[in-house]
Design a protein around this ligand. Structure first.
Ligand code: FAD
Ligand code: NAI
Length: 475
């Protein structure tokens, strides 16, 4: 007889493993199936985020930032270092160890919360009276039954037509995170989040990096003023970004990769590099799920179609994270996972898409929540803006990192915060205050009147809130 569960979660990334834990907390018998394998074939739950995404990229960003600091900024502090060298194998090994700590942490959390973990591929067999039969294909093959199913199968990197990933010369995020040496010349296609983060890592380590971007605007989804400031900083660092290009033929040999393209002026060009990273977005993953067996509807992008509550067209089947609409972010996947588990328990799980923060972990970091100034203009909103530069912040000066600013956008009549945009040091941490403020529908004045520690970068947030009412104190 097959094992049966109240809830089966297919996929153990941030959407899936968090949904499984929350469902178990709510008293359900829960199974989570995940197929990711580590180097020795063992289980490696945590999905893209843990294995080839958020965590390893931030580990390499940290290592490369240390290298950059030692090479270019220690001297400003009177610290002299000579012959700074990078041991790429050790750096990548450290990253792998950080990933493993996270994999093991999730396995521990499953045990702690009594979630039954199945290592293998889960696919729908059929709908039955008691729910759904799911086949698990791993070291052994078995069928388990779930009353409710949460699909959290994530996404895969989108390949450029005619240039399939080989993870040796043409790299997705996977290969980009485990290069064995610093390439002399590195080409990236797509100056989105991955392009900028991965481009930054390898540039800091000494690669000559060029990013080819199809759109004529840089970071179109980011507030224009912030994007402009970030671009200035990247230009200064020597991160070359060509906008408005049309990529043509990609030729890879054992020695390198050449990319033919037409530049913004319509001139035909060719770029030779040792490696090519393609970071042109991600596609929802339903490979091997056998969604057809239960008539699960996908949209034209291949994402599982869901309503605002993550219900699919099949009653009792839910879907969360990268495999559904909305931003492809780990924290968005997690929030949906929690909300679905709570809805299954009859509670009112809720995700506020208006307050999902975004962070790009470059240097300077870029972070934002809510609407951009161009969005407010487009909807003819009556708004006020206030900015404060890190140049005028004492802590930023002490850190030696004064690039960027905090920008507040607030409703002209009610003063309610509509968006907060930051480019600068620790923007990833500073944005949390703005998220809390917006969740509580705070006004810019609320933030302006709150006591912020001195000296801290968060004082720039307070000052930007004061700037909305044209009364900054330190600028
Ligand atoms: P995933 O994390 O993709 O997990 C899906 C899991 O399901 C995988 O383990 C997969 O093996 C498994 N699976 C799929 N099909 C089956 C099946 N049939 N049976 C069993 N298992 C299956 N987001 C952030 O918020 N912050 C960041 O800093 C960040 N950095 C990123 C850096 C990179 C380089 C990349 C590529 C992404 C980054 N992201 C970041 C995005 C983030 O990784 C994703 O949004 C997040 O992982 C989505 O979570 P998920 O649970 O929906 O899917
Ligand atoms: P992206 O959507 O951020 O950027 C892709 C870029 O490629 C865009 O600027 C697009 O205009 C460009 N592009 C698309 N097709 C092109 C072509 N043929 N030629 C030239 N340029 C082209 O996607 P990316 O960087 O691949 O990342 C995928 C997703 O992963 C992100 O959108 C984000 O959701 C997530 N992610 C999040 C991170 C974070 O939160 N810090 C870090 C990395 C990824």
């Amino acid at each position: 007889m097959s094992q049966s569960f109240d809830v089966i979660v297919i996929g153990g990334g941030p959407g899936g493993y968090i949904a499984a834990i929350r469902a178990a907390q709510l008293g359900f018998q829960v199974a989570c199936i995940d197929e990711w394998k580590n180097a020795t074939g063992g289980p490696a739950p945590g999905g893209t985020c843990t294995n080839v995404g958020c965590i390893p990229s931030k580990a390499l960003l940290q290592s490369s930032e240390h290298f950059d600091q030692a090479n270019h900024h220690f001297a400003d502090h009177g610290i002299q270092v000579k012959d700074v060298k990078i041991d790429v194998a050790k750096m990548v090994g450290r990253k792998d160890a950080v990933v493993k700590q996270n994999n093991d942490g999730i396995l521990y959390l499953f045990k702690k919360n009594k979630v039954s973990f199945f290592h293998g591929r889960g696919s729908f067999v059929k709908a039955v009276e008691s729910g759904f039969e799911i086949q698990v294909k791993g070291a052994k093959e078995e069928v388990i039954t779930g009353r409710q199913v949460i699909v959290a199968t994530g996404s895969n990197a989108r390949a450029l037509p005619g240039a399939a990933f080989d993870e040796d010369m043409i790299l997705s995020n996977d290969g980009a995170l485990r290069l064995g040496a610093v390439p002399k010349k590195l080409t990236l296609i797509g100056s989105g989040v991955i392009g900028l983060e991965m481009g930054s890592v390898w540039r800091r380590l000494g690669a000559d990096v060029t990013i080819l971007e199809g759109l004529p605007t840089f970071l179109g989804a980011v507030d224009e003023q912030i994007a402009k400031e970030a671009k200035k900083a990247f230009d200064k660092q020597g991160l070359k970004i060509e906008l408005g290009v049309k990529v043509g033929e990609v030729k890879a040999t054992k020695k390198g990769v050449s990319v033919a393209y037409t530049d913004a002026k319509g001139e035909a060009k060719k770029l030779d590099g040792d490696k090519l990273i393609v970071s042109i977005g991600r596609v929802p993953n339903t490979i091997g799920l056998n969604a057809e067996a239960i008539g699960l509807k996908l949209d034209e992008r291949g994402a599982i179609e869901v309503d605002e509550a993550c219900r699919t067209n099949v009653k009792g089947v839910w879907a969360v994270g990268d495999v559904v609409r909305g931003p492809m972010l780990a924290h968005k996947a997690e929030e949906e996972g929690v909300a679905v588990a709570e809805r299954i328990a009859g509670q009112h799980g809720h995700v506020n898409f208006n307050t999902v923060p975004w962070v790009i972990y470059t240097s300077p970091e870029i972070a934002w929540v809510g609407e951009t100034e161009q969005q407010l203009k487009a909807r003819k909103a009556d708004y006020k803006a206030g900015t404060f530069p890190f140049l005028a912040n004492g802590r930023a000066r002490a850190l030696g990192d004064t690039t960027g600013m905090v920008k507040f956008l607030a409703d002209a009549k009610t003063d309610e915060i509509l968006g907060v945009h930051i480019v600068g040091p620790m923007a990833s941490e500073l944005i949390a205050e703005a998220v809390v403020a917006m969740e509580f529908k705070a006004s810019a004045e609320d933030i302006a009147r709150i006591c912020h520690a001195h000296p801290s970068l968060s004082e720039a947030t307070k000052e930007a809130a004061l700037a909305v009412d044209k009364r900054t104190l330190n600028f």
